[in-house]
Design a protein around this ligand. Sequence first.
Ligand code: FES
Length: 149
Amino acid sequence: MTIHQLHVNGLDHTVDAEDDMPLLWVLRDVLNKTGTKFGCGIGMCGACTVHVDGEATRSCSVSLGQVGQRKVTTIEGLSTGRTHPVQQAWIAEQVPQCGYCQSGMVMAVAALLVKSPNPSDSEIDGSISNICRCGTYPRIRAAIHRAVR
Ligand code: FES
């Protein structure tokens, strides 16, 4: 085990864990940030998406050692003061069905809108590769367009 300093949602945490522990498990099992979900564990589904220095990152596929001092934001830390515009749009469009993938989806979309504030449908389809088993993709698109209005 190694002592790491991890910056999550604006707070510094001291974590005693192996360097190669996936960030996902540090967040969920050590820091109790259970809004970040486990889906596939191999970087394919996006359920575990968080931001690392603002970049959408699949936390199952990056280790604690790789994250280092970079700033991590989870779904619990996305809203600062008021509900994030992406979350407001998700509520308005009633996007979630079972909801399991949605925290990762919201994090991926929030990162996309920083880079591309008014994405086209093809840009959305090309950028958001998160998987939703309920097939909420049409509502996701609608909510993204609502979030930028
Ligand atoms: Fe990380 Fe599926 S759990 S991409």
